[in-house]
Design a binder for this molecule. Structure first.
Ligand SMILES: Cc1cc2nc3c(=O)[nH]c(=O)nc-3n(C[C@H](O)[C@H](O)[C@H](O)COP(=O)(O)OP(=O)(O)OC[C@H]3O[C@@H](n4cnc5c(N)ncnc54)[C@H](O)[C@@H]3O)c2cc1C
Length: 485
């Protein structure tokens, strides 16, 4: 097993372990290890447990909330856990360090017509990291988040004991579950049920599966070494479209009709880019064509069809919907050919790339500057209201910003891009206000990125003291010495 000791050595030779996509600085640790199999992971964690060493769990470090950044202690990285195989039941067993890109390539090469649906955008993320954050993506509108596709987990607990858990094997009854290795686990009673798309706090449902407690627990309950993942049959056709309504009311009309799309239309993803995104892309041109001149918003949609006939019906229905919402089908981009789909994918990725580029420019002048991103989601019935409110909160403070995200799940990322150091405080305030507004509307402060270290404080916006204590009790029962993350 590769390992390194000494704070200076880690900083010099493995500086990448001390940075993720959260912009948090100041991470450090005394040592790091890269186990290559379950036994090595178990031995290492057992040694840390016996000697009282605090551990931070690291995946591919694409996280946006800083959960994988150490504040002392040692780091255990999953990145060398690369074993991957096809199981007899058609599922995939993947080591925690397998990236989503590697997983997808393996599936294409070894299965006939299947795919792994959680289309988490950043394909360099690891299987373990995406499970630990219950990551989701554009296709989560139809296919749900990572949780739904995890059938089994192997986790080294903070004590160094290996827990093998399969979906359906250990269920909570009235918020209590007894497990031979874990003892009695008691869930807190929540005043309000957690929203369907949520990555803030432990997953809590009175009659849930024990495996779901570990999914989305952000490395606080153990080190995931391997996962058994389910696949879905690939449909015959996938259609990607970028529609450019010229008026807000056209956007919302089209959005509403797609949300309730009747059979046989099968919508897989429903995404929004607001007017500021359009302006931003026009003023930061890359290699891609610019959005049409009159486009106010962009609605990105993905649909799927199982046959030629289904494809024909789908295209006719989409065309009708565009026309009846006054969105011109002639200005829409995309289709079902790979090149057309790739164009939409590139367009979708061009925005965050342009945002990052712009932040890098500002940082050259003022090194303390970084991007601020919201991750809240609300009930669909209040999504439009939330979107308007978020826009107002950022406008009020005179911050440069864009809003995009998963409209079909009431979930948006407002990206504030401070240009001057004085705007940093305002951006932080705005993000907190946006998070609080989401809770006020029955939603969550974080729908997919998790709270990590950056947003841990937001937990108090969403849960009462009593509820947080209940979650702390779960943590204490599984990790009595508060050893992990
Ligand atoms: C450009 C970009 C786009 C993104 N798009 C999306 C998106 O569409 N949807 C989305 O949900 N996220 C997105 N993210 C965020 C990020 O990719 C996800 O949070 C991802 O799940 C993190 O995986 P990772 O392997 O990089 O984990 P890390 O960043 O290394 O860690 C994240 C958390 O998981 C824990 N962890 C990691 N590995 C393990 C393990 N083996 N066992 C236990 N705990 C572990 C860490 O301790 C930490 O708390 C995006 C990020 C970027 C940079």
């Amino acid at each position: 097993m590769r390992s390194i000791t000494g704070r200076e050595n880690v900083a010099e030779m493995c500086a990448d372990l001390l940075q993720d996509e959260s912009n948090l600085s100041g991470a450090w640790c005394e040592a790091a290890a890269w186990p290559e199999n379950t036994d090595e992971a178990r031995d290492y964690i057992r040694k840390c447990s016996k000697t009282g060493i605090k551990l931070t769990v690291s995946g591919a470090l694409t996280g946006i909330a800083g959960g994988a950044l150490p504040e002392g202690g040692e780091v255990i990285s999953a990145s060398a856990l690369k074993d991957i195989r096809l199981l007899g039941n058609g599922n995939i067993a993947a080591g925690a360090g397998v990236t989503i890109e590697e997983l997808n390539s393996f599936i294409s090469a070894n299965t006939d017509g299947f795919f792994y649906p959680p289309d988490t955008t950043e394909e360099t993320a690891s299987v373990g990291g995406t499970i630990a954050t219950n990551a989701s993506g554009a296709d989560s509108f139809l296919y749900g988040s990572t949780r739904k596709w995890v059938e089994g987990l192997q986790i080294v607990l903070p004590s160094g004991v290996l827990l093998k858990i399969k979906r359906g094997m250990h269920m909570f009854e009235n918020s209590t579950c007894t497990h031979p290795l874990l003892g009695i686990i008691q869930l807190p009673l929540l005043r309000i049920e957690q929203p369907p798309k949520n990555a803030a706090g432990y997953y809590i449902r009175p009659d849930m599966d024990l495996i779901d407690l570990f999914i989305g627990s952000e490395g606080t309950l153990g080190f995931i070494v391997e996962a058994e993942l389910k696949l879905a049959p690939e449909p015959e056709y996938v259609i990607d479209l970028a529609v450019f309504p010229e008026k807000q009311e056209s956007f919302w009309k089209l959005y509403d009709s797609l949300l309730d799309a009747p059979e046989p239309l099968r919508i897989r993803a429903l995404e929004i880019m607001d007017d500021r995104c359009m302006d931003f892309l026009r003023s930061h041109p890359g290699e891609l064509p610019l959005p049409p001149g009159n486009a106010l918003f962009c609605l990105l949609l993905r649909a799927e069809a199982d046959s030629d006939e289904h494809l024909e019906e789908t295209l006719v229905m989409l065309d009708d919907m565009l026309v009846s919402s006054n969105s011109n089908p002639e200005t829409a981009w995309g289709g079902f050919e790979p090149s057309e789909r790739q164009r939409i994918k590139d367009f979708r990725h061009a925005l965050p790339e342009a945002v990052n580029h712009c932040i890098a420019e500002s940082r050259r002048k003022h090194p303390s500057i970084h991007k601020f991103g919201s991750d809240g989601a609300v009930e669909l019935s209040r999504f439009k209201e939330y979107f308007v409110l978020v826009t107002g909160i950022l406008e009020e403070r005179g911050l440069p910003f864009v809003i995009f995200g998963h409209a079909g799940q009431g979930h948006i990322h407002a990206n504030a891009m401070p240009e001057e150091p004085q705007q940093m405080l305002l951006a932080g305030e705005a993000m907190r206000e946006i998070a609080a507004a989401a809770v006020e509307m029955g939603g969550t402060v974080s729908a997919e990125h998790g709270l990590g270290k950056l947003k841990l404080d937001y937990l108090k916006l969403m849960y009462s003291e009593e509820e947080i204590k209940g979650m702390e009790t779960i943590k204490r029962d599984i990790d009595p010495d508060h050893m992990m993350n």
